[in-house]
Ligand binder design. Structure first.
Ligand code: FES
Length: 85
């Protein structure tokens, strides 16, 4: 499904950027950069944020609390909390 019509990004493309690790995007802007584009109208930011949150939730279920302090997907949530709504 296309989630960003300006850049023709699919939900699968967004998820492909979200593998845990030091280079994992923590903000929608970093997802755009990871995919070689930049935000245009910004209407998709909320959807991208929600895909990131879902990945965070799935990672939390799959890796448990042992790695929570170092998991890059946990840091997505922290970075998102710092952005004003
Ligand atoms: S829909 Fe993604 S920047 Fe416009």
């Amino acid at each position: 499904m296309i989630v960003c019509s300006c850049n023709v990004l699919s939900d699968g493309a967004v998820r492909s950027c979200l593998s845990p690790g030091p280079g994992c995007p923590r903000t929608p802007a970093q997802v755009y950069a990871c995919l070689g584009c930049s935000p245009k109208c910004g209407r998709c930011a909320r959807t991208i944020r929600s895909i990131m949150q879902k990945a965070l939730d799935e990672a939390a279920h799959s890796c448990g609390s042992a790695c929570a302090s170092t998991c890059s997907l946990v840091k997505v949530q922290t970075a998102e909390e710092g952005i004003a709504a």
